[in-house]
Design a protein around this ligand. Sequence first.
Ligand code: ADP
Length: 529
Amino acid sequence: MVLLLPDFRVRQRDYLLEITRAMTAQLDVGEVLRLILRASVAMLAGEVGLIALHDPRAARTRVRAVYGVGAEHVSVFEPLLAPEIIDPETHAFDPAEFDRRLRSVAQALDLPLRQAVALPMYLGHEAIGMIYVFRTFTGTASPNDQRVLQSFADQAAIAVHNARLYAEVVREQKRLASILDHSADGVMILDAQRRIETFNKAMSSISGWLPDQAIGQPYDAIVTWASRPDGTDLAEAMQSGWPQGRDEQAASLYVEGDLMRPDGTRIGVGITYAPLTDADGRLINIIANVRDVTHFREAQEMKSTFISVVSHELKTPVALIKGYAGTLRREDANWDRRVVQQSLAVIEEEADRLTDLIENLLAASKLQAEGMRLKYEDVSLLALAQASVTRMKTQTDKHRFVIKFAPDFPVIPGDSLRLRQVLDNLVGNAVKYSPNGGEVRLEGTYDDDTVRVAVSDQGVGLPQDELGRIFERFYRVDDALTRRTQGTGLGLYLSRAVVEAHGGTIGVTSKPKQGSTFYFTLPRHQAYQ
Ligand code: ADP
């Protein structure tokens, strides 16, 4: 008996054509495998067929396509796929065992299956699976029939391979998209004409453009510099022939500047452009990595402010101390007691100022590192206000101090030492920033839940746009008086930290030339922590 039915010889070409067409038309491997299986079963005049593929990750064989029986019967074939009946080297079956198992499969399906033809699917030297065709009669194949069937198996192997490659590409694409989406840096991919192809989420929040608005647009329409950036802009660089050479690493370009956002605001960014070229060195894509440098710039600014503030503030007392000490120890001079006393008083005052400065610096850096811990006790803000005024009175004769606290002003839970610093700072500022003197007024009010203390002066006041910033670390208003006045810009920063650590709020109302009122509120009852 021949293996192939004669009229299928004629149709084998049609089948091959159909399979090839399916393979080029669609990437759905299931469909292609079903076609190949149908052709193989038809050509062998079989009854039932299945394609089983090795799944290297699960180290097992799985049925990927069936023909002639319902999918619910697939498990019946499992014993035939078991690796122990296949020689791993030759892929040949143990014939007696295979026949025995085939009989029980036939019985379970109630089909008179008598022979199984198995065609290994090879990809190079790797056997990736097997096509089985089950028949109700037995027969052998001629070498030519074998070749035709093997070509089916080869096509199936290629289809599987393509599908796996495709799945891998899709997976890679997804991975890349998710990396881009979760990247904290803005990423833009441009084509060789600088048209935007990809625009990730971070890029969207940095630039203010939605991906939908930006994708497809020319790069220059989206990236507009508010002023000339540092470094060479991409358009300029490309006009002068960028990228040159094949070394993509060396060819990358860095520009830093302020971007104009669609709402009119600006943002400081640093952009690295990396070219992506093909094997011939032709530019395919430009990958732009965009970093928001606002924090970096702030940190740089902070660092230089810190250095200038600290060096300035350290220099003044140190110079005074050195001057007075030097004068006192002159061997040729015989100072009377009054001069010695006065000089020592200055030295002591300046040493105190240094201590304050160092303490403030330490407190600020500690605050940054570990937050603020409070030692709670009963605090009388009225007593603290009185003590603060008493201290301050010795330093000025131009100012009048008024303390006006509501009767029965309550004692509150708080850290007395730190609240004293807040009051000293506010009263000290009220004096410092009213150089012509005037009234410094301390008022205390309260309601059921909170107490409020306000310190008002009749000094230089503050412009509206400075009110928010003066509580920032090292921030000082840039005017002539502040420049003349000693200070680090840490006082209000630390005061705010103390008040907020207590669960309170701090604020200011002010008008230039009319004076300021700094106030803070604190809870009357300690929040449960
Ligand atoms: P410092 O006084 O050491 O500079 P602060 O943090 O206490 O630092 O204050 C920050 C800035 O706020 C000051 O430099 C000053 O410009 C402004 N300022 C603070 N208090 C007053 C006030 N009462 N009136 C006007 N300006 C003030």
